[in-house]
Design a protein around this ligand. Structure first.
Ligand code: ZN
Length: 451
C-alpha cells in the first residue's frame, strides 16, 4: 500500500496538513477493505446453510461503515455453495458486533466522549471536524445517553458492593485484603487508612422537563491528600467526584462508597466543608457522623457583611460600617459565635425590619454546629472554603447541563453526569501530557473514551 499526496509547490504546512489527512483517511479505508479481503481468504469457506465446503466466489455486496476516520464502503464477497446453491458472505462475521448498525466501537466511543462534553449538535460538528465523519446529533444523543445509562448502572453497582456486599463478595474482599470489618460494621479498606478525608458538598440547579423550578444536581469532592497540579497549583489528590440528581438518601450512599474507595471511611479524621444546605447535613449525619463540619467561610463572611450594609446603609455611615466589618469579621473568624450573634442583634433598630440582618441572625443559629474558629482551623491545615466542590459543580454540571434552552429529563441528566464523573475519576493525568508531547510513544496513545 502506498500513499500519494499532490502538494502544490507554494503550499505551506497548514495547507499540506489537510491534504495528508485526506490521503491518510483514504489509505485507512483501503486498509480496512484489504483486511476484509484477508478475512475472506484466511479460512476455507464453509456454507452457512448446509456446511458444505464446495463452492465458488460469486460477486460482492457493499457494506457501509462509519468509522473514527470517516465513512467507508467495504465490499463483502459472496460465495455460492455448490451443494445447496445458497449464498454466504464469510466477511459478515466481522460485523457481528455492530448488530446491523453502521458505527464502529471507536466512533461510538468518540460520540460518547464528545456528547458528554458539549451539546449534541455541536458535538456532531466536532466529530465531523476531527474524525471526518458525518454523524447526526440524534445519533450522538442516542450513543451518549445509552453509554451514560450504563455508567449510572455501573456506579450504582459499585455503591452496592461497598455498602451491601453479598456474603460471597464480602469473603472475596476480605481474602484479597481489600476490606476488613467487625460484626455489624460497614466494610472499610484494610490497607493503612489515610490520615484525613476531606469531603466537600454542594449542589447546582438544572432546568427540568418533569419538574417546575428545576432539579438539583448534587456533587461531592472527596480527597485524602494534595499534590502540585499541572498548572503549578496545589490540588486535592487522590480525589474522587461523586455526582447525581438522586435524592439525598441515595446520593449519600454514593458519597460514602466513594469515600470508602479512597480508604477515607477509615481515615483518622474526617472534615466536611460546605455551604450547609439541609440535605448536606443529612448526608453528613448519616454517613460521616464523626466528621468535623465546617461552614464555607465565604458564605458566612458574605452573610455578615450583607447584614452590616443593610443595617447601616448610606454614605455617611461608611466609617461606622468599616469598623463593624472589622469587629464582626474578627468575631466570626475566631469562632466567637455568641458575641457575633449579640453584635448582630445589637444592630437592630426598634420598629424597623431589616431582612438581610434577620436572615444573617437566622443563618448563624441554623449553622451553629458548623461554625467555629476558622483561624485555628486554617492553622491546622483544614480547608475553610468549599471552592473545590464549587468548581466541581461548574465542571460536572453547569458546563454541560445548565444554560439557556437546555431542559433535561432526570434519567438523561443522570446519564450525562455519570459519564462526566467517570471521566474526571479516570486515570488520565494532565501531568503526563507534556511527557507525551516530548517523547511520544505510539503504544501509549490514550483511547478516546476512558471507560
Ligand atoms: Zn450450502
Amino acid at each position: 500500500m502506498s500513499l500519494t499526496v499532490d502538494v502544490p509547490d507554494d503550499a505551506d504546512i497548514d495547507q499540506i496538513e489537510p491534504l495528508v489527512v485526506a490521503a491518510g483517511r483514504q489509505a485507512m479505508a483501503q486498509t480496512l477493505d484489504l483486511a476484509c479481503r484477508m478475512v475472506e481468504q484466511a479460512t476455507p469457506v464453509t456454507c452457512a446453510h448446509c456446511a458444505g465446503t464446495r463452492g465458488a466466489w460469486d460477486g460482492g455486496d457493499p457494506r457501509v461503515l462509519s468509522t473514527s476516520f470517516g465513512r467507508v464502503v467495504l465490499t463483502r464477497r459472496r460465495w455460492r455453495c455448490h451443494g445447496c446453491q445458497r449464498r454466504s458472505r464469510p466477511a459478515d462475521r466481522l460485523f457481528g458486533r455492530l448488530a446491523g448498525g453502521t458505527m464502529t466501537a471507536a466512533l461510538r466511543a468518540a460520540c460518547v466522549r464528545v456528547g458528554s462534553q458539549e451539546s449534541f449538535a455541536p458535538a456532531a460538528r466536532t466529530l465531523w471536524q476531527v474524525c471526518g465523519v458525518r454523524v447526526s446529533a440524534e445519533q450522538v444523543r442516542r450513543e451518549t445517553l445509552a453509554a451514560g445509562a450504563a455508567a449510572v448502572t455501573r456506579q450504582a453497582e459499585q455503591t452496592r458492593r461497598v455498602l451491601y456486599p453479598t456474603a460471597r463478595e464480602w469473603r472475596a474482599q476480605v481474602a484479597a485484603g481489600v476490606a476488613r470489618t467487625r460484626r455489624g460494621q460497614r466494610p472499610v479498606a484494610a490497607a493503612a487508612p489515610p490520615a484525613r478525608l476531606l469531603v466537600e458538598l454542594d449542589g447546582g440547579w438544572v432546568p427540568c422537563r418533569e419538574q417546575a423550578g428545576g432539579m438539583e444536581g448534587k456533587v461531592a469532592v472527596l480527597a485524602t491528600g494534595r499534590r502540585t497540579d499541572w498548572n503549578g497549583r496545589t490540588a486535592l489528590w487522590p480525589r474522587r467526584y461523586v455526582a447525581s440528581f438522586a435524592a439525598a438518601e441515595e446520593f449519600g450512599e454514593q458519597v460514602y462508597a466513594g469515600a470508602a474507595q479512597l480508604g477515607g471511611s477509615a481515615a483518622g479524621e474526617q472534615v466536611v466543608v460546605s455551604a450547609g444546605a439541609g440535605w448536606i447535613k443529612h448526608v453528613v449525619r448519616t454517613h460521616f457522623p464523626r466528621a468535623l463540619g465546617i461552614l464555607d467561610w465565604s458564605h458566612l463572611a458574605r452573610a455578615v457583611h450583607k447584614a452590616i450594609r443593610a443595617a447601616r446603609p448610606g454614605g455617611q455611615r461608611r466609617a461606622q460600617r468599616r469598623v463593624l466589618h472589622q469587629v464582626l469579621g474578627a468575631l466570626a473568624w475566631t469562632g466567637q459565635v455568641d458575641a457575633l450573634e449579640q453584635a448582630l442583634v445589637g444592630l437592630r433598630t426598634p420598629g424597623e425590619e431589616v431582612a438581610a440582618l434577620d436572615s444573617a441572625i437566622r443563618y448563624l443559629r441554623n449553622q451553629r454546629d458548623w461554625l467555629g474558629n476558622y483561624q485555628a482551623w486554617q492553622a491546622r491545615g483544614y480547608p475553610i472554603g468549599s471552592g473545590a466542590v464549587e468548581r466541581g459543580v461548574e465542571v460536572v454540571i453547569n458546563r454541560r447541563l445548565a444554560g439557556r434552552g437546555r431542559r433535561w429529563c432526570r434519567a438523561n441528566a443522570d446519564a450525562v453526569l455519570a459519564l462526566r464523573v467517570e471521566d474526571l475519576n479516570s486515570d488520565w493525568d494532565p501531568l503526563r501530557v507534556e511527557d507525551l508531547n516530548s517523547d511520544w510513544d505510539h503504544s501509549q496513545v490514550p483511547s478516546l473514551h476512558s471507560a
